[in-house]
Write a protein that binds this ligand. Structure first.
Ligand code: GTP
Ligand code: MG
Length: 830
């Protein structure tokens, strides 16, 4: 195998770096409005030793432009003690998918690159840069920041530094040693931070797998130059860090066939991958010098279709209706074929479920049909199907949000920048059929606008479902993009703070939510109602699996920041949409947000107050409001009562129990853990609404208790699920089969309830019991198609046939493990 044996080296030239810094300075922030070019953001981070480093960041969409002073993603500079500019950290050059830019068209890759080619799985974690400064200190950064300041990205750098210390200690070296070495070599060490205790990844990392995975050593120069893989590995070994896995190929033809092969399943080394990064050398033309160069290979069609077939087949085996949207005709045909095969050959479905025969099933189908996957895709295209990268119209942006997140601000800014369409639900004045009217307006706007923002909260699945269905009916090729303002319940306080501040500051400058003249309490209550009903996006299930793209944005950061995220993602996903468009620079973005926040006034105003019905207009708009949010003032429905347990305790009990078991006994538990199928929240269900009729008296008492407690709960905090009492939960044993695992438990707890009877009112002691046949806590299920309530069936079979030959296993919980749980009623579906 061809090897580049020696490490590249070149020192920094002060003059060159000074030119770089000056050029970046010139493009900082204020580019001339509409002038194109590129925009650079500079952030200065203080260091513990009293000095500072500057981070330089360009807009993602600028990297396709020519003649940038550098293409580094992740760049930090500082002033040395003798007054020179120096590059402290240098990331990789931005790299593109094959076919995405001229240089990555496959023909050009074949003609203008040379091996050895190093292929590694495209990482999705958090990148960490490490380097040494002139005073002998070590600098650890994430892509665009360093140091600790309590915000998430900043703490990545801190977590990275802790790991560096740990790794170094394992080989008896210090941070100073590493700093010195890196500076001597004039390189930045690039690593992936993989640590589940810090941040969860798709695939679980056990404590001994966690750490820094070194994947590059880049020279600290404006032009990209990086170490060959074997020298990166050697360095990682010497400094006690982890290595990444990569495959070497000399011939570009083999690279292609390797990638095509992995793409068959999208699975490499036991994990589903999005694609690969290929490192090699490239040159501009025949005589030009070879330089280090990366590109990526993302799995696309027909492989995505094959994956869809696999998932649908598994759903079918599990007895679920397969859900799919793409390639509908051929997928149906394939599933009919698979179904027939499963009935003909008993045992085949079981094998399939264990990932055997997936490719054979597909190949048999293709053979029987006499086509290849590529031909299928080709014929779909010639029949009018459009690939995502070619989509240039009929896109609906669907915010998923609550009041005051900044939906209208963002929409207006996008309108200003790209001339897209925008329709606000708050402008709908019809009384009846508001949702239909809203969807119809979006559909009409799509005839003259490539993109339309459906400005409504869409915070519940039924709203998303309605919008998607109604628009798709008239615009059959519509694609939906979710602007998902992520609402983690753990983050509610921060979200409340941000949105309340904005709404109160907005005052009356809104159609319906007029915080200036309304009572604050009323506004806050409406806002709280939305927060409470908010249903996060779930891409695995209807209706959210209909979204073509999901863009996660943060309701607590500025609309300016979110705007950039949205444009980057849209640009990356739908390049054809922006063809011929001069992409905005930072000044354009600032101006657009500025205009949206300061110069926009709603065309109409509505008074929502229920106490103010003396004017015709008000009357109309009251109705309007009632129709718009029929449930805003109503209490959501009670779903179930349960005893909630401390998740951390349960997890450590599980870990301790299975730690001392042999690997066979612990197998299912390890599987659940590895595939992230352990519940994030643990509870004992007392009674579900669905079975209320079985013991109406008990349900009524629980309801009664809930209402009594809710009334006395602090109205300011507006807690929707107040604690109804405490209940002791004794963990007795743990029972599982190959589908579900649960604890069998015993409950001990009660609360005092007020009761009305003929003799007047009195009190009664309400014992907390479970209406399920066996009180239990579900630990997890093998996949998302298996619902936690299947614990009931498992325990039923366990009671009837025990563990002999039933495929059921059990373990006793040793000692007397009793947890104190919190009894609560759970409202609505969240
Ligand atoms: P509703 O229509 O009430 O559901 O709200 P919305 O999600 O459309 O929010 P909107 O865009 O109206 O933003 C709420 C208020 O916050 C407006 O007054 C905006 O001008 C203001 N706002 C939006 N983004 C920002 C921001 O980044 N910073 C600040 N300070 N204010 C913002
Ligand atoms: Mg709005």
């Amino acid at each position: 195998m061809a090897h580049r044996d020696t490490a590249p080296y070149a020192p920094q030239e002060p003059q060159v770096v000074r030119d770089l810094v000056q050029s970046l300075e010139r493009h900082k922030g204020k580019g001339k409005k509409g002038a194109g070019g590129f925009s650079v953001k500079k952030h200065t981070f203080p260091l513990p030793n009293g000095r500072s480093v500057d981070s330089w960041k360009m807009n993602e969409w600028d990297y396709k432009k020519e003649n940038l002073p550098t293409y580094a993603r992740g760049l930090f500079t500082y002033k040395t003690r003798d007054g020179n500019d120096e590059i402290a950290v240098r990331g990789y050059d931005k790299f593109f998918n094959h076919g995405e830019v001229r240089k990555t068209e496959w023909r050009n890759v074949e003609n203008y690159t040379k091996g050895p080619y190093e292929l590694s799985v495209k990482e999705n974690g958090c990148i960490i840069f490490i380097s040494g400064l002139d005073d002998g200190t070590l600098l650890v950064c994430s892509k665009h920041s360093t140091g600790a300041r309590g915000d998430v990205e900043l703490s990545h750098a801190v977590a990275g530094e802790r790991w560096a210390e740990k790794h170094l200690a394992s080989v008896g070296r210090t941070k100073e040693d590493l700093a010195k070495k890196l500076r001597e070599l004039n390189v930045t060490l690039v690593a992936e931070l993989c640590d589940d205790s810090f941040e969860e990844h798709v695939l679980a990392y056990t404590p001994d797998q966690a750490g820094l995975y070194v994947h590059g050593l880049n020279l600290n120069l404006p032009d990209f130059a990086t170490y060959p893989g074997h020298l990166v590995d050697k360095f990682a070994d010497e400094w006690g860090m982890k290595k990444v896995m990569y495959v070497m190929e000399d011939d570009i033809k083999n690279v292609k066939s390797f990638l095509d092969k992995v793409a068959e399943t999208g699975n490499y080394d036991g994990r589903d991958t999005e694609g690969f990064v290929i490192r090699c050398q490239a040159r501009e033309n025949e005589g030009a010098p070879w330089v280090d160069w990366f590109f990526k290979y993302k799995f696309e069609e027909p492989y995505l279709m094959y994956r869809q077939w696999r998932e649908c087949t598994k759903a079918m085996i599990a007895g679920k209706p397969p859900r799919y949207k793409k390639h509908p005709q051929i997928t149906k045909e394939y599933l009919d074929f698979a179904r027939k095969r499963f009935t003909q050959e008993p045992g085949l479905s079981k094998a399939y479920n264990m990932n055997h025969g997936i490719i054979k099933m597909r190949d048999d189908f293709l053979k029987a049909r006499g086509t290849t996957g590529a031909e299928i895709i080709q014929s779909e295209l010639s029949n009018g199907a459009v690939q995502t990268k070619d989509v240039a119209n009929s896109i609906v942006l669907v915010p998923i949000a609550t009041i005051g997140c900044g939906k209208t601000t963002l929409a207006l800014a996008l309108v200003k920048l790209f001339g897209w369409g925008h329709f606000q639900n708050d402008n709908v004045t019809v009384k009846k059929g508001r949702p239909q009217f809203f969807a119809d307006s979006i559909s009409s706007l799509l005839t003259t606008n490539p993109v339309v923002v459906a400005d409504r909260n869409n915070h519940q699945k039924r709203e998303r479902d309605q919008l998607i269905n109604d628009v798709s009916r008239s615009v059959t090729d519509a694609r939906f993009v979710a602007l998902h303002y992520v609402h983690d319940r753990s983050n509610y306080d921060d979200i409340r703070k941000a949105t309340r501040e904005r709404v109160l500051a907005r005052g009356d400058n809104h159609q319906t939510i007029q915080a200036g003249s309304k009572g604050q309490d009323e506004i806050l209550e409406i806002m709280e109602g939305f927060m409470h009903r908010f249903q996060p996006l779930d891409p695995t299930d209807a209706p959210d699996d209909q979204f073509d793209l999901v863009i996660d944005i943060d309701p607590t950061v500025s609309s300016r920041e979110n705007l950039e995220v949205i444009i980057s993602k849209m640009y990356e996903t739908y390049p054809a949409l922006f063809k011929g468009t001069e992409m905005p620079n930072d000044t354009d973005l600032d101006d657009a947000i500025d205009w949206a926040m300061n110069d926009y006034r709603p065309d109409i105003k509505m008074d929502l107050s229920r106490n103010n019905r003396n004017q015709n207009q008000n009357k109309r708009q009251n109705n309007n409001y009632a129709a718009q949010e029929p449930k805003a003032k109503k209490q959501p429905r009670m779903e179930y009562f349960s005893v909630r347990l401390n998740a951390q305790r349960i997890n450590s009990i599980l870990e301790a129990m299975f730690d001392e078991q042999d690997s066979n006994t612990a197998k299912f538990y390890r599987y659940l853990k590895q595939s992230r199928r352990i519940q994030s929240e643990f509870h004992v269900t007392l009674m579900h609404r669905a079975s209320a009729a079985d013991n109406q008296a008990y349900w009524n008492k629980l309801m009664h208790l809930h209402e009594a407690v809710s009334q006395t709960a602090d109205p300011a905090s507006k807690s929707w699920d107040p604690e109804l009492g405490k209940c002791r939960v004794k963990l007795e044993r743990i029972v599982w089969d190959h589908r579900v695992m649960c604890f069998v438990v015993r409950l001990d707890g009660s609360a005092t309830v007020q009761v009305q009877n003929e003799g007047g009112s009195g009190t009664e002691e309400l014992q907390f019991v479970s209406s399920n046949a066996t009180a239990h806590v579900t630990v997890g299920t093998a996949d998302q198609n298996i619902k936690p309530k299947e614990s009931n069936d498992l325990l039923q079979r366990w009671l009837e046939s025990g563990t002999q030959g039933s495929g059921i296993e059990e373990l006793a919980v040793k000692g007397n493990v009793v947890l104190e749980g919190s009894v609560r009623g759970v409202l609505g579906r969240m």
